[in-house]
Ligand binder design. Structure first.
Ligand code: SR1
Ligand code: MG
Length: 433
């Protein structure tokens, strides 16, 4: 199945005026905003790589509108991308709202022909990356995000769903091939070879990138992860769970933008989440007010790394041990007596160990693609001085190389956190930056 790149009749990319007219013709949306169309404040606020995003405010309320463009916004019309991603995003948002209530923006309106979703306006929430660059702590983040991850992944796994429903779920998202292909190329392939899309802080990182691209242990590891990404249908994933896909306040956390959703390996999402916290950690030297001023904040970021795994694991296991576990995987019928119950619990522990090993590898993959591949993060990009930026990025690359090639050395989250702390006092570039 190849992705359908055709643009349906009736599709047009909206601007501020045409969006205002469009919404005026949608009675429910217009009623929700209140007043007359001329009273509405409309702005385009999209800063992501793919889509248009608008905010609308009326006298009564506001909402956000996301519209897919038929190409990659970051690159332009030379890179076409199917509008069907809005369909998958709508499917995922709807399902996630039922699995993890309150953790995603509520959908207000969906228009398939315009590839447009109107949804709850999250205010005063901000994109998490902006908050961590500013050094803001979010006390509820770990509990909120692990409610989302544990519930979405467990409740769409084979331990929760009967086989026919699980296969139906795989089918619902199986057509999202173009978005998966972006990931297959940008995360699992291009950073490890010479590719036009790659970029890094040159010349500082040239040596590290050359070494990475000749490292056979790394190439074997990334290829194994790519195969898992392509073939391991464990649960419904967000598919792009980074700090730009999370909006939050100090009280509330929401997960947005699931257009990359598909049924895949849980460790992929978990690795993306942990890697983006680590990117924030390694980038702090470029944002702190004076050297060491953000040491306490670094500690908080590592507490988040640790908490995102441990609270996820606890919640996932609690669901598995509860009545939610009525799927065909690990049927309770096979494990009825005391020895059976002990055996099943040992299996649960083994499953979580494997999930963690997957997560470690995928964490390394995300760290590399954000420093060597096409799509970088503002955490590093906003560090203006290239030598300092490279110094921060080099630590992320050095850690990632070890996570990929020596995954087994990171048996627990404590091993990972200890390695991050050790890396903070290393200078992988070997200069006096
Ligand atoms: C061409 S798209 C580049 C990246 O932007 C999205 O947010 C995904 O992370 C993708 O890999
Ligand atoms: Mg996105």
């Amino acid at each position: 199945m190849t992705a359908d790149l055709s643009v349906p009749l009736g599709y047009r990319a909206l601007d501020l005026d045409s969006l205002r007219s469009y919404v005026a013709e949608q009675p429910r949306l217009a009623e929700c905003l209140g007043g007359a169309a001329a009273d509405w404040q409309v702005e385009e606020v999209g800063d992501g790589n793919l889509n248009l995003v608008f905010k609308l405010h009326g006298p009564k309320a506001g909402f956000a509108v996301k519209q897919a463009l038929p190409y990659v916004r970051l690159v332009g019309e030379s890179w076409p991308l199917p509008l069907s991603r809005a369909h998958y995003e709508h499917e995922a948002l709807t399902l996630e709202a039922s699995l993890a209530p309150g953790r995603v923006p509520a959908v207000a309106h969906y228009d398939e022909s315009l590839a447009l979703i109107a949804m709850e306006l999250l205010e005063p929430h901000i994109i998490m990356r902006h908050g961590t660059i500013a050094g803001t702590r979010y006390p509820n983040f770990v509990e909120d995000i692990t409610d989302f991850t544990a519930r979405c992944y467990f409740l769409t796994s084979d331990m929760a769903l009967p086989a026919p429903r699980k296969k139906g779920l795989i089918g619902t998202f199986a057509g999202n091939t173009a978005l998966c292909k972006i990931t297959e190329d940008l995360i699992f392939t291009e950073p490890y070879m010479t590719a036009d899309n790659n970029r890094w802080t040159s010349p500082y990182l040239d040596g590290m990138v050359a070494a990475l691209q000749q490292d056979q242990a790394v190439k074997r590891a990334i290829s194994r992860l790519k195969l898992a990404f392509m073939s391991h249908t464990q649960a419904l994933l967000h598919g792009d769970l980074h700090a730009g896909s999370i909006m939050l306040t100090t009280e509330d956390t929401r997960v947005i933008d699931p257009e990359f959703a598909f049924v895949g390996p849980i460790g992929f999402d978990m690795g993306s989440l942990l890697a983006n916290l680590l990117i924030s950690y390694f980038s702090q030297a470029g944002h702190e007010e004076s050297p060491g001023a953000r040491d306490g904040y670094r500690d908080w970021l590592l507490e988040c790394v640790s908490g995102c795994w441990t609270r996820f694991e606890e919640k996932f296991l609690a669901l598995w041990r509860s009545n939610a576990a009525s799927g065909d995987g690990y049927s309770k019928a096979l494990f009825q007596d005391d020895s059976g119950k002990a055996a099943l619990d040992a299996e649960r522990v083994r499953y979580m160990h494997q999930l963690f090993a997957d997560t470690v590898g995928f964490t390394g993959a995300e760290l590399i693609r954000r420093t060597v591949g096409l799509a970088h993060n503002i955490d590093f990009e906003w560090i203006e001085e290239p030598a300092l930026r490279a110094h921060c990025e080099a630590r992320a690359i050095a850690l990632a190389r070890d996570l990929l090639a020596d995954t087994a050395l990171y048996a627990t989250i404590d091993h990972l956190v200890a390695a991050v702390r050790r890396m903070e006092s290393c200078n992988p570039l070997g200069n006096d930056a």
